[in-house]
Design a protein. Structure first.
Ligand code: PEP
Ligand code: MG
Length: 800
């Protein structure tokens, strides 16, 4: 390995540089220091003999590279060289590189096993990245990049990675890459935005200027290409040696810490699996479109300004939530952009000139987007897309725009950034055979909806929209969270075999879906469906649902521009209940707030919406809203006694009693008889309800455990924030204990207890849930056949 010598007038300076260099290579380089002179009065200077000794101490046949600070350091080094024998001298090279940058590049290159000439070349190009950054001309070239071609270099492996390092791939992570690839017999490149550099060159990597959130490709070829991919994968898992910085940056989470580690896989884009299965087909990229400016009269400066302010506040609220999740910095930045007083001034001026709020907003944002598009820097030009994103979100609020419909000609795999519930609800579901989102999270509502569609789905497949062409054939592996673009032959064969097996298994489960789910020891478990509206009923019935355990009525509210009135709600509730015959329909009263804003009812912005006016709290704060729903439920119940009502987010007995009083008030107002009684239950999803379950069990007719919220509140971990996703785990002992306590309280009071959170559909948890005492499980329709199959194979059940 090439030796490195640092020559400086100042010992402190040299030791500082050496310390940095040692850290950079984890001490792998042979490094010596010759600095200062042995004179306590005048320690600044250089000494030829000391330099010669330093050279000898790191001497190697590969050579020695000497880096110097300035002036007499060069003369002293030349003298030192004179003192060496001819053979040694011929292998010592003085570098003109700047001391700090040059030493870093040299030690990394030396530790990577490069030749003395390459080390020199790297050292001398060490100012490149800095010059580039400052917009100055480069003086030396880093190691050249040869363009790989499969023909000339054999198998070409490629894997992608989204950089989560807070400062991007700066010198230290770059050094880690060079170091990890050292000694491997393979050509290695890194690519960003089509720019490809040699991954053995610290300078070249630095010149790529990879920032937080950038997508990079690692490309390799040669006899040890597989080992190179493995080495790169190992590095990415440790975030290039900076995992500790990511943890520290948790306040601004940008990293993937979800339930399964994201690992770069050659030929595939990695994501998080949210629904199993394998699908094949052409990719269709869904991009949200801008709603049109409505044709309506000007309502005056004040009203238009208020309309705008309300729309912006709603979007701001949503962005604030997203800012806590993955890629949170993007949403935080969007929030800042939206709050920009100058932007608001411009829109206000347009309104003052007589434009209605949507027209004023759109024209201002168009101008702003144009300004960004014409900016000098690439980074600023890229922000144009952000402007459009914000513009669209506010336009949706301003126009109450209905969902966008996507008609597909053939079975396809849908790729999108994220989907709003209304987007999913309006998909051409028959032709969507797989779903791949670049955003989302495992328990976010978009993932829940994707699962409800019963198709393989993955989320957080970062870069999927950029890397895939519309129409390109892809394979989606919902078991492993992979979107395959170019699987090699053997992988493609394995995927196809699994796909066929999976389809056969689905087929046999579907055939048995209408049989009851009876455990091996003879207990029947009621399998119910979670639905979001009338459009889910057919699928639930087809999947063998024995009723509805959770009807999330908020989707009904969100799908309409205005609040659905009593009559509309009544008809929907009655018709769904009729479709299930004698089987129960559990209607959950409106559960908005938290991560589920309601466009038709703008709410004040909250600091902590999940701990704020959510679920029953919001309904009690707006009793008219709840009363409309209660009247509709009571009227439907009068015709369909299989309806029962469930209240979300109950924390106290008083909240339940307040709802009960409103139900009674509505019943009397409608002059409905006391019998048949409308069963009134609660969701157990707030820790306070668990701790007070015995008392609540005396008041209510049934419990249903909402593990999605229960987990987030027990673990104090936001269910949409991937930085704490490891904590949002319903297998945590504390969550299991909360479930057990709830079941015990229900069994003790003799009331039914079911579960309707995502855990209920997790076949890996079924046996445990039955053991804890649950005999009713409610999940998305697509999961029911498998859930029944699992119950039939389960042994345990609590006898009461
Ligand atoms: C839950 O919290 O588990 C639940 C079923 O409700 P949601 O996911 O709609 O909040
Ligand atoms: Mg909930």
């Amino acid at each position: 390995m090439v030796g490195i010598v640092i020559v400086s007038h100042s010992r402190q300076l040299a030791e500082g540089v050496a310390e940095l260099a040692t850290q950079m290579t984890q001490g792998k380089a042979a490094l010596a220091v010759a600095a200062g002179v042995n004179d306590p009065e005048n320690p600044i200077g250089t000494d030829a003999v000391a330099i010669m000794t330093a050279i000898e101490s790191v001497y190697h046949d590969e050579g020695v590279v000497v880096l110097m600070d300035l002036g007499s350091a060069l003369l002293s080094t030349e003298m030192a060289l004179e003192l060496l024998d001819d053979e040694m001298r011929s292998r010592v090279f003085m570098s003109a590189a700047p001391l700090v940058e040059g030493t870093m590049a040299a030690v990394v290159a030396a530790a990577a096993g490069l030749s003395a000439q390459q080390v020199l070349q790297e050292a001398e190009a060490a100012l490149e990245a800095k010059q580039d950054h400052l917009g100055m001309a480069a003086t030396a070239a880093p190691l050249a990049v040869s363009s790989p071609t499969p023909a000339s270099t054999g198998k070409l492996l490629r894997c992608a990675w989204r950089v989560a390092n807070p400062h991007g791939l700066h010198t230290r992570p770059a050094a880690a890459i060079v170091g990890a690839l050292a000694g491997l017999d393979a050509e290695v490149w890194l690519e960003r935005d089509g720019q490809r550099v040699n991954a053995r060159s610290l300078n070249s990597i630095a010149k790529l200027a990879v920032k937080l959130g950038d997508l990079i490709d690692f490309i390799t070829s040669g006899p040890q290409a597989d080992e190179a991919v493995a080495a790169f994968n190992t590095l990415t898992q440790g975030h290039f040696g900076e995992a500790h910085l990511l943890a520290e940056a948790a306040a601004e989470p940008n990293i993937e810490h979800d339930e399964q580690p994201v690992q770069a896989v050659p030929g595939a884009i990695t994501g998080i699996a949210v629904n199993g299965g394998i699908a094949r087909g052409p990719a269709v990229i869904f991009t949200a479109v801008m709603p049109a400016v409505p044709d309506r009269p000007y309502a005056g400066n004040e009203i238009e300004s208020q309309t705008l302010a309300q729309a912006c506040a709603l979007v701001q609220q949503h962005l604030k939530q997203q800012a806590k999740g993955p890629q949170g910095d993007i949403f935080h930045a969007h929030g800042l952009m939206l709050a920009d007083p100058e932007l608001m001034d411009r829109v206000q001026q347009a309104i003052a000139q007589g434009l209605i709020a949507p027209a004023a907003w759109l024209s201002t944002m168009q101008q702003l987007a144009q300004e960004y598009a014409q900016a000098d820097s690439h980074y600023m030009r890229e922000r144009e897309a952000d402007v459009w994103d914000i513009a669209r979100q506010v336009m949706c609020q301003l126009t109450g725009s209905g969902p966008q419909r996507l008609q597909l000609a053939e079975p396809s795999i849908l790729l999108a950034r994220d989907l709003m519930p209304s987007d999913v609800a309006n998909l051409d579901k028959d032709n969507v055979v797989g779903l791949c989102l670049s955003e989302g999270a495992k328990t976010s509502h978009s993932a829940i909806l994707a699962r409800a569609m019963g198709i393989p789905a993955i989320v957080k497949a970062q870069g999927c929209q950029e890397q895939v062409q519309s129409g390109q054939e892809v394979i989606l592996d919902g078991f492993n969270g992979l979107l395959w673009l170019a699987p090699d032959e053997s992988t493609a064969l394995v995927l196809e075999t699994r796909r066929v097996e999976w389809l056969e298994q689905l087929q046999s489960q579907r055939q048995a879906a209408h049989q009851p789910a009876v455990t091996l020891n003879g207990r029947t478990v009621q399998i119910l469906a979670n639905i979001g509206g009338p459009e889910d009923v057919a699928a639930a019935l087809a999947a063998g649902a024995e009723g509805v355990g959770l009807f999330r009525t908020e989707f009904l509210f969100q799908a309409h521009d205005t609040l659905p009135d009593e009559e509309l709600q009544f008809q929907i509730y009655r018709d769904i209940a009729a479709a299930f015959g004698d089987n129960p329909l559990t209607i959950r009263s409106l559960d908005v707030g938290g991560d589920k804003p309601l466009a038709a009812l703008p709410m004040p912005q909250e600091e902590n919406p999940f701990l704020g006016l959510r679920g029953v709290r919001l309904c009690l704060a707006y009793p008219e809203l709840l009363l409309t729903q209660l009247r509709a439920v009571l009227r439907a119940h009068a015709e369909q006694p299989n309806i029962q009502l469930m209240i979300p987010m109950i924390a106290t007995v008083e909240e339940f009693r307040a709802v009960k009083a409103l139900v009674e008030q509505a019943r009397q107002a409608l002059s409905l008889p006391l019998e048949p009684k409308l069963a009134l239950g609660i969701m157990v999803e707030v820790p306070a309800a668990v701790l007070n379950a015995e008392v609540l069990a005396q008041e209510v007719d049934f419990f249903s455990i909402g593990t999605n919220d229960l987990t987030q509140y027990v673990m104090a971990a936001d269910r949409g924030n991937s930085a704490v996703a490891a904590l949002v785990n319903y297998h945590e002992p504390a969550v299991l204990k909360a479930i057990a306590l709830t079941c015990q309280a229900a069994l003790g009071a003799g009331i039914p207890v079911s579960m309707c959170g995502e855990m209920a559909g997790d076949t890996g948890a079924t046996e445990l849930l039955l053991h804890l005492g649950l005999t009713k499980l409610s999940a998305s329709a697509s999961m029911l056949p498998a859930l029944k199959a699992q119950v039939r194979e389960s042994h345990y059940i609590q006898e009461n």
